[in-house]
Design a protein around this ligand. Structure first.
Ligand SMILES: CC(C)(COP(=O)(O)OP(=O)(O)OC[C@H]1O[C@@H](n2cnc3c(N)ncnc32)[C@H](O)[C@@H]1OP(=O)(O)O)[C@@H](O)C(=O)NCCC(=O)NCCS
Length: 162
């Protein structure tokens, strides 16, 4: 069973670099950002969310660790926020290092996260996922997440030749 351990400064710096890169790549892949501006936009957006970095209030950063001695296998970033009368835990990021994937570690991390959510008084866990991220979508569906918003897009077809 994995454990969720608060990140130290070194782990946070590595995590931030990975997240900024991944978020930029995903936005380009989704067609929402241009490749030339993606790195800067991603950095600015994440810095905007985390003005105090690791110490930003209501944001929590966890290393997902496994085994004895503990080995880091992934990272998790979430925030606690009020949505109307309820408290919600919103996941900004979960990632399992490539070499540890498909071993059930993300699933176990969600079990551990449920416990953190209960302790914090959160009644729901929410997240955003890009439509093209089929592995993450499969994971979330298996874990019982429902779709609450759905954005769709298609290319405008070329005009028919006269
Ligand atoms: C998505 C991610 C976190 C899954 O982590 P994981 O530890 O490999 O997931 P698990 O082993 O717990 O998988 C549980 C289930 O999710 C689904 N799943 C996970 N990866 C999948 C893949 N590549 N293809 C299809 N289904 C997948 C399967 O149903 C799987 O169950 P199974 O192995 O019994 O078939 C991991 O692939 C990852 O870090 N991706 C890059 C970062 C990312 O996209 N994060 C999510 C966006 S915020």
């Amino acid at each position: 069973m994995v454990e969720l351990v608060p990140m130290n400064r070194d782990a946070f710096d590595g995590f931030l670099a990975w997240t900024v890169r991944d978020f930029a790549d995903e936005q380009v892949r989704a067609g929402t950002w241009d490749a030339a501006e993606a790195a800067e936009r991603s950095k600015a957006e994440i810095q905007g969310l985390l003005p105090q970095g690791l110490e930003t209030p209501d944001h929590f950063f966890r290393s997902i660790v496994h085994g004895a001695p503990r080995e880091p296998v992934g990272t998790l970033w979430y925030a606690l926020r009020k949505v109307g009368p309820k408290s919600e835990l919103f996941i900004y990021w979960i990632g399992i290092d490539e070499r540890f994937r498909r071993r059930g570690f993300a699933t176990e991390a969600f079990t551990a996260l449920d416990e953190e959510a209960r302790r914090a008084g959160a009644s729901t866990i929410s997240l955003h996922v890009f439509g093209h991220n089929r592995s993450a979508r499969a994971l979330y569906e298996k874990l019982g997440f429902d779709t609450t918003h759905l954005m769709m897009t298609r290319n405008v077809p070329a005009a028919a030749k006269p």
